[in-house]
Design a protein around this ligand. Structure first.
Ligand code: C2E
Ligand code: MG
Ligand code: MG
Length: 344
């Protein structure tokens, strides 16, 4: 708190804090670099109460992080609108499960060699009577920062497993159902037990469940992550790394994680047909996967050209609008009855 200060002086102080924080620390053999993202709220323009000011500063700090970190931002009116929306979503989400507003859609995953359906990915959908359809890209980060993702994530897992059980009971046995796990769920101590209990309650065989982790889990305590992935793998569940290629995981780290599959991020698939460097990246990921005996799946396959390049490069599986959009379970019947995949 800076009494008797104007905006310009506050900015000056923020810069000085950044310089002080940026100094390199030596810890044993390691050189650690820390940066600061700072949000500034001004009394009385942005608010008259401490809570309001703190929240404004928080929004501004998030904006500083979004624009690349190591910077400072003042609170502004567009942030006000944004933080209002975040609050609205956070409140509305609280009753989304109870009020039956959540649903899962399923997107087919197709073997690129034989065109057969090998699995589906469960993707969360939320329709709210006033807010309308809110995309997971918007509400999942909010659910993560408010902690609601733990309850929602368990609902997703249990719903997907119930669906898998119904499909298996209808004689459709050999497909896996992939469920996205949030980093927050992954950090939660009870994750392995929760998955184990949900599997037991559903009666679904563990090998039919695939859990998608993001590459950014590598940013956390690596030994702990390796241990949890190992315990999940011991349950018999399959594991994949989502959005692969966008993070910074090392070869030795991937080697030690007991995962089964790498999901090549859509950003590389998008320009595959016309961009040679995208081809090289995909080729490198497939090479890495093959050398570690991991399967590969390409996300965001939209055209027949992309599919052909992926086939040539030896990618195992594809997922994307070219095969099908994510659809409600009833619309998946055709695929499940073994029909050849149609285009959207
Ligand atoms: P993701 O897991 O990487 O899922 C792939 C996203 O790409 C989905 O977006 C899917 O609808 C979209 N997509 C599929 N094929 C294509 C294509 O050919 N072209 C393009 N442009 N997009 C395609 P969606 O459903 O909006 O989900 C966004 C993200 O939200 C997901 O990315 C995932 O990170 C997260 N998410 C979705 N459902 C859940 C969930 O149940 N739990 C958690 N923790 N995260 C979820
Ligand atoms: Mg995914
Ligand atoms: Mg992805």
């Amino acid at each position: 708190m800076l009494p008797l200060t104007d905006a310009q002086q506050a900015a000056h102080v923020a810069e000085k804090i950044q310089v002080a924080v940026r100094r390199v620390c030596k810890l044993g053999h390691h050189e650690l670099v820390v940066t600061a993202s700072i949000g500034i709220a001004v009394y009385p323009e942005d608010g008259r109460e401490f809570e309001v000011l703190a929240q404004c500063a928080d929004s501004a700090m998030f904006r500083a992080k979004e624009s690349g970190r190591d910077s400072y931002r003042f609170f502004s009116s567009d942030m006000q609108a944004r933080s209002l929306r975040v609050l609205q979503i956070e409140n509305a989400l609280r009753s989304a499960v109870v009020l039956n507003q959540l649903a899962l859609h399923y997107q087919p995953q197709i073997g690129l060699r034989d065109g057969k359906l090998v699995g589906v990915e469960a993707l969360l959908r939320w329709h709210h009577p006033e807010l309308g359809t809110v995309s997971p890209g918007e509400f999942i980060p909010i659910a993560e920062s408010s902690g609601q993702i733990l309850g929602i994530g368990e609902w997703v897992l249990r719903t997907a497993l119930a669906q898998a059980r119904d499909w298996a009971a209808a004689g459709l046995r050999d497909i896996t159902v992939a469920v996205n796990l949030s980093m927050v769920q992954f950090r939660h101590a009870g994750l392995v037990e929760m998955v184990q209990q949900a599997l037991a309650d559903s009666g679904v065989s563990p090998h039919m469940l695939e859990l998608e982790l993001t590459e950014s889990i590598a940013m956390d305590d690596p030994e702990k992550v390796i241990a949890i992935v190992g315990r999940l793998s011991d349950l018999g569940v399959r594991l994949s790394i989502d959005d692969f290629g966008t993070g910074y995981s090392s070869f030795s780290y991937i080697q030690r994680l007991r995962v089964h599959k790498l999901k090549i991020d859509q950003s590389f698939v998008r320009h595959l047909a016309e961009d040679v460097s995208a081809q090289h990246i995909v080729q490198a990921i497939i090479g890495l996967a093959q050398s570690l005996a991991l399967e590969t799946i390409a996300e965001g396959v939209e055209t027949v050209e992309q599919r052909k390049v992926l086939q040539t490069l030896g990618c195992d599986t594809g997922q994307g609008y070219h095969f099908s959009r994510p659809v409600p379970p009833a619309q998946l019947e055709g695929f499940l009855r073994g029909q050849s995949p149609g285009t959207p």
